[in-house]
Design a protein around this ligand. Structure first.
Ligand SMILES: NC(=O)c1ccc[n+]([C@@H]2O[C@H](COP(=O)([O-])OP(=O)(O)OC[C@H]3O[C@@H](n4cnc5c(N)ncnc54)[C@H](O)[C@@H]3O)[C@@H](O)[C@H]2O)c1
Ligand SMILES: [Zn+2]
Length: 357
């Protein structure tokens, strides 16, 4: 099992990565000198697969939320807090989230708010959750007006990433999560690209359990290094937005229905690669390497039918806008360049190029 340290203004915490870690939760908690949680919150898919066993092992209550982005909302937070009240959870108690980014974001935000803040543990069960959502301290829910518009920096006390839970994850979700691994690798560790599954028919069996552990641990290490230096996104943390400017616009323009987040990021990485090359930040070889890594993740829903102007209109409303326009993160040969201004007209051109394939 790998063990990584994350720093936070709210207190440092540990991420434990390894197959079977959730099955050994009591041992892991003991090692980290933490008490057993009193409540486990999962969703209705993950609960029966991965939540109920640890709940039984620790003799704590299990709550299962409805799945899906539309349920990452105030009502879910209220439901969780009222459940915690009903079971008598006090300020000193620990809660635990078992699931994808939707569950860890929602439960983390409930934990930040309940009795003005209780400690919580994140047990991500999606690849995206392990390498991104559960690490770094951001929690929150959506409003009808947009995603993640209310939230809090409230890191968990511990992250337990049981990579064996990925064996039940639908392959499409697995591939989408790998786009975030490509992003992380490009930012901080190009050698990680060599560990990506070497097949277009990617599933859990494409790597050994040990290789999944390595892939996740190294991705977390990259995010940890960045978050440890800049928890609140004053500078360096922006690097993690590589591929996300166009990615978010594509997600929004398709009503969050067509593309999984990681699939949108895959398209976004390709757009960023073109822009990086155009600006001379990325060599032809560098562009080819990044394109090959994204291509290696297999197919994803297409975007050829979308109106490029409409999509890029969504870039302008992205939260990452400041007074000088839209600041993109673009790839360089050995990492990323922050704060690259890209005019909407150029973004439209690049997207059209991408749509032509
Ligand atoms: N806080 C952050 O820094 C941060 C970063 C990135 C993304 N996010 C958020 O994460 C969310 C997306 O997370 P996600 O991609 O993990 O989606 P998700 O939580 O919806 O999980 C995807 C689907 O897979 C199912 N699932 C999860 N684990 C499973 C398993 N092991 N086996 C079988 N099925 C499983 C879930 O029930 C769900 O249907 C978004 O809301 C996004 O805003 C947050
Ligand atoms: Zn992302």
């Amino acid at each position: 099992m790998a063990r990584l340290e994350l720093k936070s203004a709210h207190g440092d915490y540990i991420t434990v990565v390894g197959p079977g870690s959730l099955g050994r939760v009591r041992e892991v908690l003991e090692q980290e000198r933490l008490a057993c949680p009193r409540s486990i919150v999962a969703d209705t898919t993950v609960g029966p697969l991965h939540g109920r066993k640890p709940a039984a092992a620790m003799d704590c209550t299990a709550l299962e939320l409805p799945c899906g982005e539309t349920n990452k909302n105030w009502a879910a937070v209220e439901g969780i807090c009222r459940h915690w009240l009903a079971i008598g959870l006090d300020r000193s108690a620990l809660a635990m989230a078992v699931g994808g980014g939707i569950v860890t974001d929602t439960v983390g935000f409930a934990a930040a708010s309940y009795l003005r803040g209780i400690a919580w543990i994140a047990a991500p069960t999606t690849l995206l959750g392990m390498v991104d959502a559960a690490v770094g301290g951001k929690t929150g829910v959506n409003l009808p007006e947009g995603k993640n518009l209310v939230g809090s920096f409230w890191p968990p006390r511990l992250v337990i990433a049981d990579t064996a839970t990925l064996s039940t994850l639908p392959p499409r979700e697995l591939r989408a999560g790998l786009a975030e691994v490509v992003k992380a690798a490009w930012i901080g560790d190009h050698a990680l690209l060599a560990l990506l599954p070497d097949t277009t028919d990617i599933g859990y069996d494409s790597l050994t359990p040990h290789e999944w552990e390595t892939l996740v641990a190294r991705s977390v290490a990259i995010k940890a290094e960045i978050v440890n230096a800049d928890e609140r996104e004053a500078g360096l943390r922006k690097a993690l937005n590589l591929g996300h400017t166009m990615g978010h616009a594509l997600e929004a323009a398709t009503g969050y229905q067509r593309l999984l987040h990681g699939e949108a990021v895959a398209w976004g990485l390709l757009a960023a690669a073109t822009l990086g090359r155009r600006r001379g930040l990325l060599s032809a070889d560098g562009e080819e390497t990044l394109r090959r890594a994204v291509g290696g993740l297999g197919s994803r829903p297409g975007i050829a039918d979308l109106d490029a102007e409409t999509v890029c209109g969504f870039i302008a409303v992205d939260k990452k806008r400041d007074a000088d326009g839209i600041a993109w993160v673009l790839p360089t040969d050995d990492g990323v360049a922050l704060d690259q201004r890209v005019a909407t007209a150029e973004a439209v051109e690049v997207l059209k190029e991408l749509q032509r394939g």
